[in-house]
Design a protein around this ligand. Structure first.
Ligand code: NAD
Length: 319
């Protein structure tokens, strides 16, 4: 069943859209698992697929029907949400790999299907996949997200969206159910440009805040009091308002966003900068610091652990 494109101006209501629109979520990890559960809570029929059986079982416990293959999932769905680690996973899922014959979204998806890719990917991948799928009558939106696993599980994430207006309007009931804020930044690919810029800043703010908090601690001001001051002043950011209070100062380091994924995003920013022929000295230094951190911090660690490189005594686990 497809969305009525004029659902808000006719007698066809948003609730009817929900009841008649079946959603498939591919990638049921920290983010995709929460998105699938949120959509199920909103009464969408939701099918989920993940290579990991544990992820499928966790989603099933949250009201999602687990599919054991892509073919099974595509038998049912009108809208597909993708939440995979990297751009290359999205491209392989959608278009396959040269020389292999595996099922893909391109071969299994029916004309009229809407694909919402929430992966932090590259604008080039989004545009390439969208152009190929368009030849089959399938629409593709890039809608990368912020807000972490908690935002995905509560439907309060924010999205930066690259899409044509008409496709966005058709996808809106699903997007509204899974996010609190949506910013339409341009056509396909623009969402990932905006997300890469966002994470370039987050990567920078985490380290610059670690340096400022460490400096102030040595000068006799406690981290807690300093953060209160910063958050009342012009030095505030996502690092001072969310990351430090939630995951650093309490040494929890359990944000649900891995070091490996943040290093990937910092790499996406460096690649985009290089492709544009730009030199950005501050960003280049920050990228080098994230790269160097692999000497002591594994990809599986929490991304906030980067601050331990600035001041191991202040930010270490204390073990
Ligand atoms: P994750 O590693 O927790 O989940 C990814 C899931 O994809 C895993 O369950 C894995 O088994 C599954 N998977 C991998 N390849 C697959 C395939 N071919 N088919 C089906 N399933 C497959 O990652 P995450 O933290 O949920 O992040 C997903 C995306 O969201 C990434 O691009 C990340 O950068 C972005 N993101 C994450 C956060 C966060 O706080 N975790 C926040 C914003 C954006």
């Amino acid at each position: 069943m497809l969305f009525n494109t004029a659902s808000h101006s006719t007698d066809h209501t948003a609730q009817e859209d929900i009841m008649t629109t079946t959603v498939g979520v591919i990638g049921l990890g920290n983010m995709g698992g929460g998105m699938a559960a949120t959509l199920a809570r909103h009464a969408f029929p939701v099918f989920g697929f993940d290579l990991s059986e544990a992820a499928r079982e966790k989603a099933a416990a949250a009201g999602v029907t687990p599919a054991t293959s892509l073919a099974e999932l595509f038998d049912h769905v009108d809208v597909v949400i993708i939440s995979l680690p990297k751009a290359e996973h999205v491209e392989t899922l959608c278009l396959g790999k040269a020389g292999t014959e595996a099922d893909t979204l391109m071969t299994l998806g029916a004309p009229g299907l809407i694909v919402i890719d929430t992966t932090t990917s590259t604008p080039e991948t989004s545009r390439k996949v969208a152009a190929a799928l368009a030849t089959r009558g399938i629409d593709f939106i890039d809608a990368p997200v912020s807000g972490g696993p908690k935002g995905a599980a509560t439907g309060s994430m924010s999205m930066v969206i690259g899409a044509e207006d008409d496709v966005l309007a058709r996808a809106m009931p699903v997007l509204e159910a899974m996010s609190g804020t949506r910013v339409h930044v341009g056509s396909c690919g623009a969402g990932n440009v905006a997300k890469i810029a966002n994470n370039m800043l987050a990567a920078c703010h985490l380290i610059s805040t670690a340096e400022a908090v460490s400096m102030a601690a040595r000068a006799g001001v406690s981290p807690e009091k300093l953060l209160e001051g910063l958050n009342a002043g012009s030095g505030r950011s996502g690092a001072t308002q969310v990351m430090f209070p939630s995951w650093v100062i309490n040494k929890a380091y359990d944000s649900g966003f891995s070091m490996g994924l943040m290093r990937k995003d910092v790499g996406l920013a460096s690649d985009l900068t290089a492709r544009l022929g730009m030199e950005l000295p501050l960003s280049a230094t920050v990228a080098q610091l994230w790269d160097d951190s692999s000497a002591t911090l594994d990809d599986s660690e929490d991304f906030c652990a980067i601050v331990q490189r600035t001041d191991p005594t202040l930010y270490g686990h204390g073990e």
